[in-house]
Design a protein around this ligand. Structure first.
Ligand SMILES: *Cc1c(COP(=O)(O)O)cnc(C)c1O
Length: 393
């Protein structure tokens, strides 16, 4: 495939493989195994499988391979490994790399399951984890001491949309030889150039924008061929977290429209943020594309966009937030994001309900907080519905 292709061309064509039938659409190779013409071929393939030679779907599959090559082409990494979910990607990248006695520094504002993996799972196996405020470069500098093996962060945090300065944190990490692993879900593969900005490994939950239609769980780890094939693949293929060919086919189809969808959603998100900003019924509107966002300049430089989510705090706390949510119609109450359908989430009582109060306070997860994942509906309809629901709140 051509390295000169621009994003939209890659999203449609990169990694495509065609069988002897010359099918136009990507085929689903719904097969667990592969037949060898003779015993010698089987033996040789187990010693070293070539480019288009497969052994077992847990190790790799032609449809899954198409998806891996397409996303690696998009990210600008040498390789990628597709996983059964975003959490299989996050936990796989960390577990494959680390061993007892290693030290990791991570941002504190994490997706709940990421926090579980870093705090509980890594802790159980003797890995030391130091948490820092991801937006505070001084805190990163103080925590990333010689001997730190890896740095982990979500480049845009959930649900308060704080950014981590990828370039600056990568410089701090690389100065002590630490590997930078970025969970880039909120930034999307369209708005983020995390590898170009210094990250070594990028992980996605493809459940979000890449599928974009709320159909399938999936994940992917992007990195150097050395990391993907020598460090990650042995762990993933033997522990069982590989993506199914059917899911890979869904993700391949999602990729074709990813750029168009993310840009349309971000455009609507900006209009919604502007419509809500200054509303007397809200105590704050958080959107990295608004000039009022404390990291607006970083968002512009790092993503060239404010992204596809808007968070706002309704005065009147939980009761007002619930009245608002219950007055919605087009906008669905759920907890996915990056979907074609606009979704409202009340983090304090759902995605972040298990956090102790002091942690909610530290992360700014207040009782009136609503996270809006902006979808593909007409933005005028969405703004009208938000205004109507705010009147009910
Ligand atoms: C959803 C999400 C994950 C986990 O992905 P799953 O596909 O649900 O396993 C990890 N990190 C972030 C930032 C997410 O939003």
């Amino acid at each position: 495939m051509s390295k000169d292709w621009k994003t939209r061309t890659k999203l449609v064509h990169e990694g495509s493989r065609r069988s002897q039938y010359g099918e136009m659409a990507e085929a689903i190779f719904l097969t667990q195994g592969f037949v060898y013409p003779d015993a010698e071929t089987a033996e040789a393939r187990f010693v070293k499988a070539g480019e288009d030679e497969f052994i077992y779907a847990r190790y790799g599959n032609p449809t899954t391979r198409m998806f891996e090559e397409r996303i690696a082409g998009l990210e600008g990494t040498e390789d990628a490994f597709a996983t059964a979910s975003g959490m299989a990607a996050v936990s796989g990248a960390l577990m494959a790399l680390l061993r007892a006695g290693d030290h990791v520094v991570s941002s504190r504002a994490l997706f709940g399951s990421c926090l579980y993996v870093l705090e509980e799972v890594l802790g159980k196996f003797g890995v030391k984890v130091t948490f820092v405020d991801g937006a505070d470069l001084e805190a990163w500098r103080a925590a990333v001491v010689p001997g730190v093996k890896a740095v982990f962060f979500e480049s845009m945090s959930n649900p308060t949309l704080e950014l981590v300065d990828i370039r600056a944190v990568s410089e701090i990490a690389h100065a002590v030889g630490a590997l930078v692993i970025a969970d880039n879900v909120f930034a999307t593969p369209i708005f983020s150039n995390a590898v170009e900005q210094g990250a070594d490994v990028v992980v996605y939950s493809t459940t979000k924008h890449i599928d974009g239609q709320g159909r399938a769980l999936g994940g992917v780890v992007c990195g150097t061929r050395e990391f993907i094939r020598k460090v990650l693949e042995p762990y993933m293929k033997h522990t069982g977290g590989s993506m199914s060919p059917f899911t890979a086919w869904i993700m391949l189809n999602g990729m074709a429209t990813l750029d168009l969808r993310c840009r349309a959603m971000a455009e609507s998100a900006l209009q919604i943020a502007r419509a809500l900003e200054g509303d007397a019924r809200l105590s704050r509107v958080v959107y990295p594309g608004l000039a009022s966002h404390p990291q607006a300049a970083l968002a512009a430089a790092q993503m060239g966009s404010g992204g596809t989510l808007v968070t706002f705090d309704i005065k009147g706390g939980k009761e007002a937030a619930f009245r608002f949510m219950n007055a919605l119609d087009i906008i669905k109450i759920s907890n996915n994001l990056g979907d074609a359908k606009t979704i409202a989430t009340h983090p304090a009582t759902t995605t972040h309900s298990r956090l102790p109060q002091e942690q909610k306070d530290a992360l700014g997860i207040t009782p009136g907080l609503i996270r809006l994942s902006v979808g593909l509906e007409d933005v005028g309809d969405l703004i009208a519905e938000l205004q109507q629901a705010l009147a009910a709140g």
